[in-house]
Design a protein. Structure first.
Lengths: 112, 111
């Protein structure tokens, strides 16, 4: 079965600072990878997804970006954080030719 | 695009009673419908799923039903226990790659 790692687990950053969140996957090759954001007490908002190395689709215009430098690595970045970027960031992985997405443990980001 | 509506937003039931959460979807091409359970501060975890060629699926105390004609599906939890307290999310496929999630239901089981 696949295992999804996210780093860091928690992060407190000042407004205007840069951001880099990492997601890595074990146990599968060529997964679809996803970044979701969950505001406190809210639902899951899809931010980006990737079907392969270097292939990124953006769902919501914002000051965030994503990259996939390796098959099982997905990175979420920002050059300048906003207060509204606070939330619980979840990476998800889906094996090729399947439907089920599995979530990583998440990164809790607080922007002050 | 696909839209998923989930009701109710909060649900409180007595321990041992049943709980039902309902979702409707808009895209008739959707063919896969998972349910996730999210405990406080944790990741969403898949608890059951159903495909469009099946009308009902059961796993111990949890069942999901699908009505393709009406475009709605429901989660049924029987003999509820305190550990069932959590937020539950339904989802439906949008295209071949994505899921659209409902807004979530906060389920509280009262002892």
């Amino acid at each position: 079965s696949q295992t999804i790692h996210q780093w860091p687990a928690t992060l407190v950053q000042p407004v205007g600072s840069p951001l880099s969140l990492e997601c890595t996957v074990e146990g599968t090759s060529n997964p679809n990878l996803y970044w979701y954001r969950q505001a406190a007490g809210r639902g899951l908002q899809l931010l980006f997804y990737s079907v392969g190395i270097g292939q990124i689709s953006s769902e919501v215009p914002q000051n965030l970006s994503a990259s996939r430098p390796q098959d099982r690595q997905f990175i979420l970045s920002s050059k300048k954080l906003l207060l509204s970027d606070s939330g619980f960031y979840l990476c998800a992985s889906k094996r090729p030719s399947t439907d089920t997405q599995y979530f990583g443990p998440g990164t809790r980001l607080t922007v002050l | 695009g696909e839209n998923v509506e989930q009701h109710p937003s909060t649900l409180s039931v007595q321990e041992g009673d049943s709980a039902v959460i309902k979702c409707t979807y808009s895209d008739s091409a959707s063919n896969y419908f998972p349910w996730y359970k999210q405990e406080l501060g944790k990741r969403p975890q898949l608890i059951i799923d159903i495909r469009s060629n099946v009308g009902e699926k059961k796993d111990q105390r949890i069942a999901v039903t699908l009505n393709k004609t009406a475009k709605h599906f429901s989660l049924h939890i029987t003999e509820t226990q305190p550990e069932d307290s959590a937020v539950y999310f339904c989802a439906a496929t949008r295209g071949a790659q994505k899921l659209v999630f409902g807004q979530g239901t906060r389920l509280t089981i009262n002892p």
